[in-house]
Design a protein around this ligand. Sequence first.
Ligand code: HEC
Ligand code: HEC
Length: 272
Amino acid sequence: MTPLLLAAAPARAELPERLADTGFGGPALRAFEPRFALWSDGAAKQRWIALPPGTQVDASQPDAWRFPVGTRLWKTFSVDGQPVETRHLVVGPGGQLDAATYVWQGGEARRAPARGVVLTLPGGRRYELPSTGDCMACHAGARSPVLGFAALQLGPAVPALVRSGVIANAPPAWREQAPDFIASSPTEHAARGYLHGNCGHCHFSGGVPVPLRLALDVGQPAAAVDGAAVLKRAGTRNPYQQMPPLGTREIDAQGLAVLARHFQPLNPEIRP
Ligand code: HEC
Ligand code: HEC
């Protein structure tokens, strides 16, 4: 983590030592997939949510859903088809979070130390597990602590979730119509969605103390941004300059190309 980040809140309590004891793999899990995934140095990811029985997600604030106490979420990271870690979040009272990541070895996963750990994968590749402070830096300060199970991230999956009662208090239109933001072209939609998914959990009004706003709102166009600055910071892994400032050591070449397709014609001088 760079020293410029806001101090992260500590995790509240210790989660179970074994992933199997968190309910992982149980029948209550629902898989989901955000439209604009966070780049994680090429790892493949799968995500699940489990709501306590009889509860619903509250969408009365369309861009900041509230989750019932006891909601559990998991995200498994795989490299070369092998699971490496499963990250786990539990929503506590007042939207507080418990967070941990579990390391897979020999068919089971155990909780990693809260300070994070560096693994050497088969083949010698270095793989870093974040500290719980890093989890909080992205999840705890955001508009909702859950980043991928959200209106703009689920998009076309939302109407079915509203109709089946998983989501309550949603705008009535969502029963038939997927929530989206306003973009003037598919190129802009892809680029601004990428920035929302990879940057918006820190760069929103009320987030990190810089004026840049990259989070999107349902039904609204994206705020104008300095495309050159965005391309420069997303296109470096100099630790004092790189964006996001944590959770990645490798440039997302494909993501950068998506950004360049939109921002370069607006800024012909940019050469990432
Ligand atoms: C660099 C920011 C960042 C860090 C650090 C980070 N996350 Fe996340 N996490 C995200 C984003 C963005 C998503 C949603 C997009 C996706 O899943 O690709 C997400 C998704 C998740 C999910 C699926 C539920 C959800 O919010 O959509 C879980 C579970 C999760 N993270 C747990 C953790 C844990 C535990 C840690 C620390 C060990 C951690 N994350 C560290 C940004 C981060
Ligand atoms: C974990 C939180 C976090 C995430 C995620 C994040 N940023 Fe930042 N960003 C910061 C902080 C803190 C600063 C201020 C310190 C600095 O300039 O390094 C900053 C500064 C910036 C600046 C300079 C703005 C200015 O006014 O000086 C740009 C440009 C930027 N970020 C772009 C991005 C982009 C693009 C992404 C996603 C690819 C992103 N950031 C993701 C925390 C974050």
